[in-house]
Design a protein around this ligand. Structure first.
Ligand code: MG
Length: 159
């Protein structure tokens, strides 16, 4: 069996009065993520982990933020297309794990919905998807609520 792992990392700035979408789920909050797309920093990190595992470049290569095609796009569409690219190269998705670093709000109530949304977009069981969240104890840009960062890893395999 041919196993590959990949890593992804993304950051977006927070600003007042924008929609907050994380892991494919809209979260009620006073701030949202600034971006060309819907700003779903969790999905972007997962896409980069999958692309990295398959050595297919990165999200900016496939979905450039200079293209009007991706303006305001639902990032679940990007994840769906990314999973298709991985399968076109002959791989199946083993599992994905990501960690969201954000001071507020508490993400616990939304974690299972995020796992389901990511799993649906990739066409895998929920059990293959893990979403974790942590504060940074008020340290750094995440702790000051200036932005949100997410790191992700993915394992893919060719049966
Ligand atoms: Mg991004």
């Amino acid at each position: 069996m041919d196993f590959r792992i990949g890593h992804g990392y993304d950051v977006h700035a927070l600003a007042d009065d924008l929609k907050l979408v994380l892991g494919g789920v809209e979260i009620p909050y006073t701030k949202g993520l600034v971006a060309h797309s819907d700003g779903d920093v969790a999905i972007h990190a997962v896409c980069d982990a999958l692309l990295g595992a398959a050595a297919l470049g990165d999200i900016g290569l496939h979905f450039p933020d200079t293209s009007s095609d991706y303006s305001g796009i639902d990032s679940k569409i990007l994840l769906h297309r990314t999973a298709a690219m991985v399968r076109e190269k002959g791989y199946e998705i083993g599992n994905v794990d990501c960690t969201i670093r954000m001071q507020r709000p508490k993400l616990r109530p939304f974690i299972d919905a995020m796992r389901r949304a990511l799993a649906d977009a990739m066409g895998v069981d929920d059990d293959r998807v893990s979403v974790k969240a942590t504060t940074t104890e008020h340290l750094g840009f995440e702790g000051r609520e200036e932005g949100v960062s997410v790191s992700a890893v993915a394992l893919i395999f060719r049966p």
